[in-house]
Design a binder for this molecule. Structure first.
Ligand code: SF4
Ligand code: SF4
Length: 295
């Protein structure tokens, strides 16, 4: 049992959103915390405003129709109770960021989980890239594990897989599972799509699988743009050596939230997904999880 006096309840995180109920972010009913900031810059990103941190330029303040944004001592403040969630501030931000961020401590987050715990089977830290705020995740998961009321909740991270081996080692004692994105097979394709190669991603998947901490690998299918189809044999050979209990999920590229070049790409249709998934399933010899909604 973790001693609560070893936990830093004042550790804070930059939080972009909290969902108090989700059934698509890991097993069961989960409270999902989205942390701001990402070290990938995916052309296909559905939440590009979660990549950069706000630099307090103040450009968005006058765009807010409800007075929910103010500039105080050079810092932009978001007044949640006044916000109508129109997202005009995100549209005008020259930094592709958002002012709608809260700074939340481990103590405050535990209080929130406490209110909802009766309906939950677990908690997922997502992003952006959640592991960029590793210190917060460790203290928060420690606090969950140390609480008699909350310790039954499983603690998961949804990650782009960029965390170092040493980083995973720090988190592992408090971690029950992970969902890791594998957005392209070839290093060069991954570099083009997200701005970094995928060697670290593969290392993370291998490490987490070997320790039984890998719940799901998430592939992103972007027809005619990335290499999951052209490299399907190598991809399937790799996925086949993962433990059988690891879910393989395929996400279909859609336009929702995407900005810039990605909007000029075709969306993945249901038929394209069917064709790709059937080829992958034939090579894997087991089922994969598919999207249910095409926007
Ligand atoms: S989403 Fe942004 S612009 Fe719209 S009301 Fe909220 S703070 Fe203001
Ligand atoms: S959200 Fe964007 S526009 Fe608003 S202050 Fe921050 S960087 Fe400037």
């Amino acid at each position: 049992m973790i001693q609560s006096d070893t936990i830093n309840f004042d550790k804070k995180a930059m939080v972009s959103k909290v969902l108090t109920f989700s059934c698509v972010d890991g097993p069961g009913n989960r409270l999902v915390i989205f942390l701001q900031g990402c070290n990938f810059d995916c052309i296909s990103c559905h939440n590009p405003q979660t990549i950069n941190h706000c630099n307090d330029c103040g450009d968005c303040v006058s765009s807010c129709p409800t007075g929910a944004l103010t500039l105080e001592k050079g810092k932009v403040k978001w007044h949640k109770s006044l916000c109508s969630e129109c997202d005009k501030c995100i549209e005008v931000c020259p930094n592709h960021s958002t002012p709608k961020i809260t700074t939340t401590s481990v103590r405050q987050m535990i209080e929130l989980v406490d209110k909802h715990h009766a309906f939950l089977s677990g908690i997922t830290l997502s992003g952006g890239e959640a592991t960029l705020q590793l210190g917060f995740i460790i203290e928060f998961f420690k606090a969950v594990k140390a609480s008699a009321k909350l310790s039954h909740l499983s603690c998961f991270v949804d990650s782009n897989g960029s965390l170092s081996e040493q980083g995973w080692d720090k988190l592992l004692p408090y971690l029950d599972g992970t969902m890791i994105d594998l957005k392209a097979w070839l290093d060069t394709t991954h570099l083009w799509l997200v701005g970094r190669g995928n060697q670290r991603v593969i290392e993370s998947i291998n490490k987490l699988a070997s320790l039984d901490k890998l719940y799901e690998v998430r592939l992103l299918y972007i027809p005619n743009k990335t290499d999951l189809l052209t490299e399907i044999d190598a991809l399937a050979t790799y996925l086949n050596q993962l433990p059988a209990q690891v879910n393989i999920r395929i996400n279909a590229f859609q336009h929702h939230g995407v900005i810039g070049e990605g909007l000029t790409w075709d969306k993945c249709t249901k038929e394209q997904m069917r064709q790709f998934s059937e080829k992958l399933v034939a090579r894997l010899g087991r089922n994969v999880l598919l999207p249910s909604v095409y926007l």
